[in-house]
Design a protein around this ligand. Sequence first.
Ligand code: ATP
Ligand code: MG
Length: 349
Amino acid sequence: MQNYRIRTARFQLIVSFFSSLILFTFVQIFAFFFPFEQSLLVSAFVFTVSFVTQFILETNALTKDYRLLLDHIDSIDLFVKTLSAGKLSARMNVENVGAISHVEQSLNELADKIDTQVKSLQRLVDENVQMNVKIKNEAVTAERQRLARDLHDAVSQQLFALSMLASAAEKTIHSNPDLAAENIADVSDIARKAQGEMRALLLHLRPVRLNNESLDKGLERLIHELDGKTMIHFEASIHPVPGLTKGVENHLFRLSQEALSNALRHSEATKVVLSLHEKDQLVTLTIFDNGQGFDPKQEKIASYGLKTMKERAEEIGGHFMLTAHEGEGTSIHIRVPIHREAKENDREN
Ligand SMILES: Nc1ncnc2c1ncn2[C@@H]1O[C@H](COP(=O)(O)OP(=O)(O)OP(=O)(O)O)[C@@H](O)[C@H]1O
Ligand SMILES: [Mg+2]
């Protein structure tokens, strides 16, 4: 900019000099044809006045232009910074000041393009997320169906074992009553296990998601159904938690199902308590059973339920805690922060 200024000043100096020189020559020519006194002095005076006046006026005008140009460059700089800071809705005020207004116009068009491209990029990301969720849900549904089939197979095998044991007991009841008693004890053990598997089957055959109902209603329905169909006593303390997104509600419902399935299959409990409530911007879900408990440190190779539950809770920004001791029941505690703003966005979309 400084160079530009020096260059234009120099140019102005030359232009003023030569135009004043022309004026000087004119006065000299005039004096040649119509001589008058001190013509050289007059010509020199005309030259000086013309030169100084022109130089001052032009330089003044140029300085004004230069300031205007600097103002525009400043506002272009600010605009580019605003765009790079992510405020893509910003646009420049285009004033009709020659070439620079074309630059501003072009920058506005560029901002329009970037804005549109970012919007379509976000739409693509959203679609991608939705597609991933869909694929994941389908995989989960397939997995649950597989689980249900496995449970069914396990029960079929147990029924087969029961009939074998019962007929063995029948055959040996007179000749070897002790062996028959052992068989009958096995029968009752296997029957109890089969009963647990059958209860869990109830859960696994249920629809995986909430059917357009709120989490509290879905849980109430689930508990009511289980209470009616099993010998276990179910207690529920369920409070509606407004402001949860559908994703969080679905995850919490699935977590409850998984925990209840474990209680039905493994706990041999007589009582299961489920509670859902909100406290300090956190939704808390607790599932407790008074069954036989277990040692959580002993990992089972082919067991995924608890691991998946932990992952699922963390996926929605929550915290998963399991407390279990042999002979003292099991409790699962899940806490998830509530993002009410996210829910608002959900509704808008
Ligand atoms: N409520 C419970 N009461 C007693 N034992 C439990 C309870 N929940 C879990 N367990 C024990 O922890 C183990 C692991 O549970 P997990 O849910 O991870 O797997 P799983 O139920 O065996 O198989 P799946 O992968 O089908 O869920 C169970 O096999 C069981 O021994
Ligand atoms: Mg399980």
